[in-house]
Write a protein that binds this ligand. Structure first.
Ligand code: SF4
Length: 397
């Protein structure tokens, strides 16, 4: 928290949710301490902490308090939906790389979004493939935006100023453009797409010129990037773009080629990213939002399969985008029923599920992704979960 303005904005946001007073004092204190690590950004009237939470003055945030903190709803809070698997880029680490099947149609996606909202989802990530390639994207955003903070994950391919304006009008709160390196050749090589870097910068420009949508860059940090000087170099570059947020994640062992201890982040590397994030955010300017901070043992932990659900473009339900296992398909069974079964296998815990259990993926993988339902059930028998993260310890104490 860097300024008087931030304190005023946060106080105003907290007062706009007076029902917070009924939340357990220890949980309230935790939330306050967590929120104070970030500056509040006013984006078109939305007061944003970071793009993994709804704006604190939004209806979606009130639903977080009413339904999840006070109401004890059993459904997920966060969902990601793949609206197409098509993508012109070819990232090695892409969690959808080896998937195939019959894509969900418009009606299925719209019904799914409505079901997820009813179940408790107040934050929805639209992903792909490249989600801009779904011609119904604006309609999908519009159907979700009332009561849900919608975030678009995009490479920027095919974006036009008109499409961006349509998405904003539909209620898009956040856009996250993929950019993995400040170096043009390196980014294009990682993405296996000449022009990926320029496409990303152009998409950022389009949304910045439009205004009113929170703009972040999502950077997936492969092992060569997990050094403090390289991360700082990337953040200096991103800050120079004038974006609202740098969203960072280490490269997760989501696909076959990465199921090796050499590819998985170490505790020292995670500690370095936590330090860099906190230092940057204390200094103010662009928000730095490292996924392993939000989902670390010190904060909310891993909510895969418990408060988080992922439905890929073919309708397969997984606990998280990075976990290539499936509990069923929404074209065959109601999503609520599938989620209920998945949740019964997933207590929340303080470690990243996929970073901890990638070796089991190797054991059960038989050449098709995601691992089918029967094999997923067998795999889950072998998982040993760790203790709860701080937030869930406080909630259950
Ligand atoms: S498995 Fe890892 S990436 Fe997925 S929700 Fe859990 S912590 Fe996040």
């Amino acid at each position: 928290m860097s300024s008087l303005m931030d304190n005023l904005a946060l106080t105003k946001a907290i007062l706009s949710n007076p029902q917070m007073i009924r939340v357990k004092p220890a949980v309230n204190l935790f939330m306050l301490q967590y929120l104070r690590k970030f500056s509040v950004r006013n984006v078109g009237g939305n007061l944003v902490i970071h793009s993994h939470l709804p704006p604190v003055n939004s209806h979606a945030y009130s639903r977080f308090i009413d339904e999840h903190l006070l109401g004890g709803i059993n459904g997920p809070s966060h969902a990601q939906v793949g609206v197409t698997n098509a993508c012109p880029q070819g990232c090695e680490y892409c969690y959808n790389r080896y998937k195939a099947g019959e894509p969900m149609d418009r009606e299925t996606i719209l019904r799914l979004v409505a079901d997820l909202k009813r179940m408790g989802v107040f934050w929805l990530g639209l992903t792909g493939g490249e989600p801009l390639l779904n011609k119904h994207l604006v309609e999908i955003v519009e159907s979700a935006a009332d009561g849900c903070a919608v975030k678009l994950f995009t490479t920027g391919c095919t974006l036009t100023p008109q499409r961006a304006a349509d998405l904003k009008r539909a209620g898009l709160a956040y856009v996250s453009v993929s950019l993995d390196s400040p170096d043009e050749a390196e980014h294009d090589r990682i993405r296996r797409y000449p022009g990926a870097y320029r496409t990303a910068l152009q998409a950022i420009d389009i949304f910045q010129e439009l205004g009113g949508v929170h703009v972040s860059v999502s950077a997936v940090l492969g092992k060569p990037m997990l050094h403090e000087d390289r991360v700082e170099e990337l953040l200096r570059f991103l800050a120079g773009l004038g974006i609202d947020e740098a969203w960072l994640s280490e490269c997760k062992p989501a696909v076959q080629g990465l199921w090796s201890p050499d590819e998985v982040i170490t505790e020292e590397e995670r500690g370095m990213l936590l330090r860099v994030q906190d230092r940057r955010n204390r200094d103010g300017g662009m928000t730095v939002n490292y996924l392993g901070h939000f989902e670390g043992r010190e904060h909310f932990g891993c909510n895969a399969g418990n408060k988080m659900i992922y439905v890929d473009a073919f309708g397969n339900v997984s606990p998280c985008v990075f976990a290539p296992i499936s509990f069923g398909n929404v074209t065959e069974r109601p999503v609520e029923e599938i989620f209920g079964e998945m949740k019964s296998c997933f207590p929340t815990e303080n470690r990243c599920f996929i970073n901890t259990n990638y070796a089991l993926m190797r054991k059960y993988y038989r050449g098709s992704s995601p691992i089918p339902v029967e094999d997923t059930r067998s795999l889950m028998q072998e998982v040993r979960f760790g203790p709860l993260a701080r937030f869930n310890q406080l909630r259950s104490s």
